[in-house]
Design a protein around this ligand. Sequence first.
Ligand code: FAD
Length: 313
Amino acid sequence: MVNHTQIEEDLRSLLDHSEIKTYEPLKNYTYTRTGGPADFYITVHDIEDASRVLQYSHENHIPVTYLGNGSNIIIRDGGVRGIVLNLLELNYLYESNSVITVGSGRAIIDVSNYARDLSLTGMEFACGIPGSVGGAVYMNAGAYGGEIKDCLTEVTVLDETGKRITLKNEELGLEYRKSMVQENDYAVVEAKFSLKPGKLEDIQKMMDDLTERRSSKQPLEYPSCGSVFQRPPGNFAGKLIQEAGLQGHRIGGVEVSKKHAGFMVNVDGGTAGDYEALIEYVQKKVYSLFGVTLNREVRIIGEPVYRRAERQK
Ligand SMILES: Cc1cc2nc3c(=O)[nH]c(=O)nc-3n(C[C@H](O)[C@H](O)[C@H](O)COP(=O)(O)OP(=O)(O)OC[C@H]3O[C@@H](n4cnc5c(N)ncnc54)[C@H](O)[C@@H]3O)c2cc1C
């Protein structure tokens, strides 16, 4: 792999409309407020630059990690080696014939609100999910009986060489919190959602109802990553954790929420290490009491300990 200084010089001459930061603390970009530095943190403003980054990193064997809104990710305290690619500036949004086309960096909540303003129904479920469109497609995000799979028609992705590929809904392997974007390491850059004409009052009423349910049940006043675990078949992670008496259990600065047992909140300067230790503790406890394995929904990436890639002359 080329050295740090050379990579920085190459990237600056290669990219037209992007910001490049080095040794950037990632805790500034995650909902849990945890995460050590990225060697290179690049915010691209157009798809062409995203493609150039991928082509360059592929040719030079530099790992690339995509970051959306950071609402479903725990980045370890040692940070991420290589390039972290922020796609949030790919945020255009327009509608034609009840199809909304949106850049992957746009908040999924914006898409839900935009659909409502056009009296289009089908995206009400997403009105409180704090992720980007790219993260929502990657996770097949869903809530209250709806999911991305129900309204997504196609996405444009970049493969690891930077080549654009368009994939239809049925080619995306969308299942509960799963998509083939995960296995293929694609960068999602655009999505299209097909919706139906509806009545503004009905759409607004449903969104108000879901917002009320969310704010009354979820600890939105604290940093968190949403539901830490997936729903085990025929059960609920939060119910099992509650029955195990784990609400309020704390490791370091992170505790199992007293308001919603499926959430872990950063109450006092908690680290990614605290999160991981608490997740493991809860998994072991629930398994020993109920014989149920809790699989994580939240992604965990990065290195536990920071090893700085020194600048070389
Ligand atoms: C308070 C709270 C409530 C939540 N409620 C819900 C809910 O009701 N339903 C639900 O499903 N989730 C929920 N979540 C989790 C989260 O909002 C979703 O999973 C969301 O889709 C993640 O999007 P993101 O942009 O934040 O992704 P990030 O956290 O930034 O990343 C998550 C994963 O997606 C990948 N990724 C992100 N963008 C791209 C891209 N453009 N291309 C390729 N890969 C990408 C990342 O590499 C990472 O592996 C909640 C989270 C919080 C904090």
